[in-house]
Write a protein that binds this ligand. Structure first.
Ligand code: SF4
Ligand SMILES: [Zn+2]
Ligand SMILES: [Zn+2]
Length: 304
């Protein structure tokens, strides 16, 4: 197998692009994908101060490595969710990566911020775990980004993640979610940071190859609380289709971004935001979900 670009021996094959690459040309392919995504979506420039969410998984660690190498001004944030060994491993890996190259890293301990770890919360509040965890993280993230004057927040979500989320949104015809599933979510309020996903055109496999060529360490275990997450079923279903017809995930997700999403943004009017009467963060109601959850916890604590 020869490299499609330079004809030297190839080490990776990208079936959906019908290409094979040597390590140097793979890096070029990878950086072109990321830089095109950043430019096309006007995600950020080298002058922006970028906040990057790092979980310790392969996607966020690869994005961290990429942005630093490419000369972007990036500061990482890690949420320590208090999920037993999983959180301990993730945090120490992220801290070690930052320490090696003296990279700026913020650690937010959920239990310190709100008084409860995520497993504690799920025992007390009847709500699907990932929805509860996601809501808490979104609230803490928006607050952190606003208090520390970051204009953009970026994550390592890749093409596989987005295709699986899209499948779930389509199966349930979640019009509101479809209107907001985008690689670039502009800030709808000064206290809500713009959110971008520069890896949205790259598959998990391609990010794994990048990680292995650059000898990056990452946590290769699922969050133990995610066992019931439907997204894993959608990922498996799409993998089956991809196996039989390479390029299916690409067409599904990138076709939606290019052609489909605008139908939903036209139909769904943007929510009217006001400031929460308790914490002052943006919400569509009088009190935000975060403050309502905290109040429920206090009531429960008082009655126990
Ligand atoms: S899988 Fe669910 S519970 Fe685990 S970190 Fe992600 S959102 Fe939180
Ligand atoms: Zn080559
Ligand atoms: Zn609030």
């Amino acid at each position: 197998m020869k490299c499609t670009r330079c004809k030297k021996p190839a080490v990776v094959k990208i079936r959906r692009h019908n290409s094979a690459f040597c390590p140097t040309c793979f890096d070029l392919f990878f950086s072109r994908q990321v830089e095109n995504a950043i430019r096309r979506g006007q995600m950020f420039t080298r002058d922006d101060r970028i906040l990057l969410g790092v979980s310790g998984g392969k996607d966020s660690m690869a994005l961290w490595h990429y942005l630093v190498e490419a000369g972007y001004r990036v500061e990482a944030i890690h949420f320590d969710l208090g999920i037993g060994d999983h959180s301990l491993h993730s945090r120490s890996l992220v801290e070690e990566f930052a320490r090696q190259d003296s990279l700026p890293l913020w650690i937010v301990e959920v239990a310190k911020e709100i008084g409860w770890s995520i497993p504690d919360l799920t025992r007390r509040i009847r709500r699907p775990t990932c929805s509860l965890c996601g809501m808490i993280k979104r609230h803490l993230l928006n607050r952190f980004a606003w208090e520390n004057s970051f204009s953009v927040y970026t994550t390592g979500h890749n093409l596989d993640d987005e295709a699986a989320i899209l499948l779930g949104n389509v199966l349930h015809w979640q019009e509101d979610y479809l209107a907001h599933q985008s690689p670039v979510l502009p800030s709808p309020h000064p206290k809500m940071v713009k959110k971008v996903k520069p890896f949205y055109t790259l598959t998990g496999e391609e990010i794994k190859i990048y990680s292995s060529l650059h000898h990056l360490s990452y946590i290769d275990e699922r969050c133990p609380l995610s066992r019931k997450a439907k997204t894993w079923d959608y990922k498996e279903a799409l993998e089956l289709l991809e196996e039989r017809s390479p390029g299916t995930k690409h067409m599904f997700w990138l076709g939606f971004v290019e052609k489909g999403q605008s139908y939903f943004t036209k139909e769904v009017s943007p929510p009217e935001l006001r400031e929460c009467s308790v914490c002052g963060m943006p919400t569509t109601q009088e009190k935000c979900s975060f403050c309502k959850t905290m109040e429920r916890l206090e009531r429960k604590g008082a009655s126990e």
